[in-house]
Design a protein. Structure first.
Length: 329
């Protein structure tokens, strides 16, 4: 079994070397451990340090985002013949010594996906700004509600993926990938577990490139979650949207009916009838869009399944050939 540790990095020369060196090279039931560093347009010595420490290097000439870095690292890890892929940040907030703990359920075949959880065990909860803690809790409750499962930490970047998980991922967001991954894997019906770990709540050097502005982070993350939910559950998504004008139309209709019973006429509130009719038409149109999107979702599901089978076949062929490694870069 080969385990590949994937590390996205942007200007992390202060901590990257230590993170790579602390990656365990011997794990139970794992024969080989390799490290892939995805340099997302760094302007410091991040790339040089990765090569000096013997890691495989994937470089983006310009900054593309954590989501794009994750996809590039995923492709490289699959080319290396990974059986388990672990993602961990380069800033040193996560302890690489916990990799066996997080990857354990996947290595043992107990889960397809495992994520470190900062909040599952209250005794291990890190110190962090109150607004950031509230944001994490809100996102976890939101994703839990959308998926029908209970998750305590959906924003953590310390995770382990088995073949059933990383071969099925079709991600589109460049800004981040953490929430999109949860939704995609949950809707695919895969086995997902949280592993409580202790992490440092703040960075020792620099600032987070994803959550350095909480308002921007919340806005862009919410957009990714809504787009993903729209793609996987279109009828439900557009059904809720249509319920807004539909409900207003119903209330206005009831108001006009009540006024008609009370006064014996519609004046001076005929406007309510026209507005209710217009909003009712909008609600119907939105719902019809959902019906069409639901039909297209069948095509998307078939394409995702086809891509999964192609990836699985390519992986089998690659493993049979020994997965000749590629040069760094």
């Amino acid at each position: 079994m080969k385990l590949v540790v994937q590390i996205p990095a942007l200007n992390e020369e202060a901590t990257l070397r230590d993170v790579i060196r602390r990656v365990p090279r011997k794990l139970p039931s794992v024969d080989q451990v390799e490290v892939v560093v995805v340099d997302d347009g760094s302007t410091d010595r991040t790339a040089a340090i990765a090569l000096e420490e013997g890691a495989h290097l994937v470089q983006h000439p310009v900054r593309r985002g954590v989501g794009a870095a994750f996809r590039s690292g995923l492709e490289k890890s699959m080319q290396l013949g990974a059986d388990v892929i672990v993602t961990i940040d380069a800033d040193g907030q996560f302890d690489p010594a916990d990799i066996p703990l997080v990857a354990g359920p996947v290595v043992r075949g107990e889960a397809d996906f495992a994520t470190a959880s900062r909040f599952l065990d209250p005794a291990l909860e890190p110190e962090m700004p109150r607004v950031k803690r509230w944001g994490n809790s809100f996102m976890s409750r939101w994703v839990s509600r959308l998926t029908g499962r209970t998750f305590h930490d959906v924003s953590c970047g310390f995770r382990a993926y088995g073949p059933e998980a990383f071969l099925r991922l079709v991600l589109l967001g460049d800004f981040t990938y953490t929430h999109e991954t949860f939704l995609a894997l949950a809707f695919a019906g895969l086995r997902m577990v949280e592993v409580p770990v202790r992490v440092r709540g703040t960075r020792e050097h620099g600032e987070s490139r994803v959550a350095n502005n909480l308002w921007r982070y919340g806005w862009r993350t919410a957009a990714i979650i809504l787009k993903t939910y729209r793609d996987y559950k279109p009828l439900r998504f557009f059904g809720w949207l249509s319920a807004v004008p539909g409900s207003i139309a119903a209330l206005l209709s009831l108001f006009l009916l009540g006024w008609r019973i009370y006064s014996g006429g519609f004046s001076p509130h005929k406007w309510a009838g026209f507005v209710a009719a217009a909003l009712g038409g909008v609600a119907v149109l939105i719902y019809l869009v959902g019906v069409m999107a639901e039909m297209l979702d069948r095509v998307r599901a078939a394409q995702d399944e086809l891509l999964y089978r192609i990836r699985r076949l390519e992986r089998r062929v690659g493993l049979g050939k020994g997965n000749d490694d590629r040069p760094h870069g």
